[in-house]
Design a binder for this molecule. Structure first.
Ligand code: IPD
Ligand code: CA
Ligand code: CA
Length: 256
């Protein structure tokens, strides 16, 4: 079986753990602040993926959000994993959360799989081979922002970034029809990849939030960079601008 299919199959199994979750609030703990949560299910999904994914590629390492000792994701084959993206949604029963898995080689993402277990939507991409949802090709939209909707994240764990976030949101809202704040960055990026959103930004994200989603967008014909216009790294946190091709230049009009 092709490697992408093998990763998809492991991620789908992990999706069953998310769907079976019960009494989530009873197994929820704070991380850095009351906004930043971890549940026993985040850990269970991550442990499951850590047990199953590295075996698919000789020598592959695992870089997960809930890991205490992480490896250097810029060297060799490394899985970059968010076991549950949208944990605050998960705890509150919003049913807008995802499992995000990227496989990078020497700092470049080669494979991406993002699963929305609730909608049963599986997004996947292999570098150079296009992006797919449940096996069907997906593409970014062609709408200019003036006729479009953008998505955003609020960098909830970094309050010092809230003024910048709101300033950018105001500028983009003035140029567009509306915005969405849905609470799971990996799914926001998939929404850009399949044309549901025409752009997306967040003032800080971690590699496990965007590694898979950014490959999905570029393979779907879209564009990603930091808010400074730089390439998005897999090694460290960064800000994020993601859009279709038409809106790639909008970033240059914004005062960040
Ligand atoms: C968070 C979500 C949220 C985004 C945050 C992320 P988590 O991930 O993607 O939408 O605004 O920046 O950290 O903590 O739920 O995995
Ligand atoms: Ca996340
Ligand atoms: Ca997470």
């Amino acid at each position: 079986m092709e490697l992408l299919k093998k990763i998809e199959s492991v991620v789908k199994e992990a999706g069953e753990i998310v769907l079976s979750a019960e009494n989530i609030q009873d197994c929820t703990n704070l991380k850095t602040s009351p906004a930043d949560l971890v549940t026993a299910y985040d850990v269970q999904v991550e442990n499951f993926l850590k047990e199953r994914l590295p075996a698919l590629v000789d020598g592959a390492l695992f870089y997960g959000e809930e890991e205490t000792e992480n490896c250097d994701p810029s060297r060799g084959w490394v899985y970059i994993v968010d076991p549950i993206d949208g944990t605050a949604n998960f705890v509150r029963g919003f049913r807008q959360s995802a499992i995000s898995v990227a496989l990078a080689k020497d700092g470049k993402v080669q494979y991406a799989v993002v699963l929305d277990p609730y909608r049963k939507e599986l997004f996947s991409a292999k570098l150079g081979c296009g992006a797919f949802m449940n096996g069907k090709p997906i593409h970014v939209s062609e709408l200019p922002l003036s006729k479009g909707i953008f998505g955003m994240g609020t960098a909830p764990y970094n309050k010092e970034l809230h003024p910048r976030t709101l300033k950018l949101a105001g500028q983009l809202l003035a140029r567009s029809c509306d915005f969405r704040r849905m609470g799971a960055a990996a799914l926001d990026l998939c929404a850009v990849a399949c044309g549901r959103l025409d752009a997306f930004f967040e003032c800080v994200l971690s590699p496990w939030d965007y590694a898979a989603g950014s490959l999905l967008i570029t393979e779907a014909g879209g564009f990603v960079c930091t808010l400074e216009g730089d390439e998005v790294p897999v090694t460290e946190k960064c800000s994020m601008w993601a859009s279709n091709r038409v809106n790639a230049e909008v970033l240059k009009e914004l005062s960040c």
